[in-house]
Design a protein around this ligand. Structure first.
Ligand SMILES: NC(=O)c1ccc[n+]([C@@H]2O[C@H](COP(=O)([O-])OP(=O)(O)OC[C@H]3O[C@@H](n4cnc5c(N)ncnc54)[C@H](O)[C@@H]3O)[C@@H](O)[C@H]2O)c1
Ligand SMILES: O=CCCC(=O)O
Length: 517
């Protein structure tokens, strides 16, 4: 694949180089350690944060750089008791934190967001080295992550109640919102900063105390964020982070009766299991789960805009985004032209270290991710699809790489039609009519995001309302923003994050009927 400067797929500013990582002969030297690549090495923390102390414990687990398959950190591997201790600290802290003034919490969050932005360059490098995404994407994510903290700093002071006229004489109903209590936060590796701030922003704004379980693939961003939160003045027991590789230890978070809310982002299977176990103590849950987004290109669409949308949406984080287009439906009359234009753009991709300024797509997070893309390609080809481009695992790269791939002649009976690929594979299905494509798009148990490109207004309204998803992009591949309610329907989850609705997920509503005094 030839190098390119085409960065139109990245929804942030252009490339920038990392601390002189370019060697004198012009080839890119990926740094061996994170500390040598950032300006403030104190941001690299490998311990958990419980009860206001950094806890190392007796055992550790490794974090791998997906671009090199080399260990870049050894993180504290804590047990179930550590979660219990953190929950107890959070319960004690809740007694006073729930009494804090909304404006005070708002100021804390504003200070934290400012510190995140101040350290954005280093955080982006840490993110790229543990997750693999390119540096411009990582910078975009740092700002995206900070935007949730800023947003909820503002929402904290707009947590309005209600006054409802009573049918009884001398009586009034007053509705107030209160923080729900101790919250458990469990996050995935694909957005190691934003998936955590999208939960911590509203939790802290609401006056809750938290215990965070970061993903074992990418804990360094969560720990660096925590260090900055402490610097910002967020009381230690309000935000605690427990790192572990032991999934059974995490059970404490969704079964301990002290925890009142579980906010989870991850796969649908794990989300269902957690929901079932959390039901044992009737915890409130938010579930941001897997997707299988349809991306529909109608014959009246602006085809160049539709190709831009695919680059932004399908290949973001090398295809490892829950709202990534998973199935590309293209109307038969524009199919060949669309495929040709998409192929021309994909030929400009370059895979490699996300820190290399000439690279457009980084590695996947692990070998299992590469295997899954391969399996989806092999299954589709065995059932009649054509591999039009890419799909090889490059022998000359050490990390978890696979070439972005384009498949044509894809049909609904193939594995990738049902299962989220979570990788850089663009499968093209041809369709004839609006009815047919709506039926195909909805033929999945998932319902997170959907996209389509069309110009006819009646068709736009019809399709936007018919898609069974929580979020629709019309003539755009970019739908995520702090102000927009994020969340799915069907088996893609429960609840909304971000937006004016996100705060309520961490609150309980209480009606006070005030009789005559
Ligand atoms: N809807 C959304 O907002 C959203 C956002 C990002 C990712 N996702 C989804 O997340 C998935 C990819 O992320 P992932 O691979 O990290 O998901 P995952 O479900 O494997 O893991 C998510 C988190 O849960 C933890 N975990 C996994 N198994 C567990 C268990 N048995 N008990 C307790 N904790 C457990 C993980 O360590 C991680 O912290 C995809 O399906 C993607 O669509 C959804
Ligand atoms: O991967 C899921 C979250 C990505 C986003 O917030 O756009």
């Amino acid at each position: 694949m030839s190098p390119t400067k085409d960065q139109s797929l990245i929804d942030t500013n252009g490339h920038s180089e990392v601390n002189g990582q370019k060697s004198t002969n012009g080839t890119f030297n990926h740094p061996a350690t994170i500390k040598e690549a950032i300006s403030d090495p104190s941001l690299i923390v490998e311990s958990s944060f419980i009860g206001g102390e950094w806890i190392r414990g007796d055992s550790t687990f490794p974090v791998y750089d997906p671009a090199t398959d080399k260990v870049i950190a050894e993180i504290a591997n804590l047990d179930r008791q550590a979660f219990k201790t953190a929950i107890d600290h959070a319960a004690t802290a809740f007694k006073s934190f729930k009494q804090t003034n909304e404006h005070e919490r708002s100021k804390l969050l504003h200070r934290w967001a400012a510190l995140i932005r101040q350290h954005a360059a280093d955080l982006a490098v840490i993110l790229t080295m543990e997750n693999g995404k390119t540096l411009p994407e990582a910078k975009g994510e740092v700002e995206y992550g900070a935007s949730f903290i800023s947003w909820f700093a503002e929402e904290a002071i707009r947590s309005y109640g209600d006054v409802i006229p009573s049918q009884h004489p001398n009586s009034t109903n007053i509705v107030i919102r209160q923080p729900i209590g101790v919250c458990a936060i469990i996050a995935p590796w694909n957005f190691p900063i934003a998936m955590i701030t999208r939960k911590l922003g509203p939790a802290i704004a609401a006056g809750c105390t938290t215990v965070v379980k970061p993903p074992s693939e990418t804990p360094l961003c969560a720990l660096a964020l925590t260090k900055l939160a402490v610097e910002a003045g967020i009381p230690p027991n309000v935000l605690q982070v427990v790192t572990t590789k032991d999934r059974s230890a995490v059970e404490e978070l969704y079964t301990n009766p002290i925890v009142k809310k579980v906010s989870f982002t991850g796969s649908t299977g794990v989300g269902k299991m957690i929901t079932a176990k959390a039901a044992g103590t009737m915890k409130k849950v938010s579930m941001e789960l897997g997707g299988n987004a349809p991306y529909i290109v109608f014959d009246d669409a602006d085809l160049d805009a539709a190709v831009d949308g695919v680059l932004a949406c399908k290949f973001r984080c090398s295809g490892q985004t829950c709202v990534c287009a998973n199935r590309l439906y293209v109307q038969r009359s524009v199919h060949d032209e669309f495929v040709a234009r998409l192929l021309a753009r994909m030929k400009k991709f370059k895979i490699g270290s996300g820190l290399d300024p000439s690279v457009t797509h980084g590695p996947l997070v692990n070998k299992a991710g590469v295997r899954k893309v391969k399996d989806h390609i092999d299954d589709a080809v065995s059932k009649g699809a054509k591999l039009a481009y890419g799909g090889e695992v490059p022998a000359d790269l050490q990390g978890y790489f696979i070439e972005p791939a384009l498949l044509t002649g894809v049909t609904q009976d193939m594995l990738l039609a049902k299962d989220e690929t979570f990788g850089p594979l663009a499968p093209i299905f041809a369709f004839e009519t609006v009815e047919e494509v709506i039926e195909m798009a909805n033929d999945t148990e998932f319902g997170l995001a959907g996209y389509f490109f069309a110009n006819d207004l009646r068709k736009v309204w019809r399709v936007a309302t018919a898609l069974e998803v929580g979020m629709v992009g019309v003539n755009t591949g970019k739908i995520s923003a702090a102000e927009a309610p994020f969340g799915g329907v069907k088996e893609s989850g429960l609840g909304k994050e971000g937006s004016k609705y996100g705060l309520a997920e961490f609150q309980v509503m209480k009606n006070i009927t005030l009789g005559s005094l």
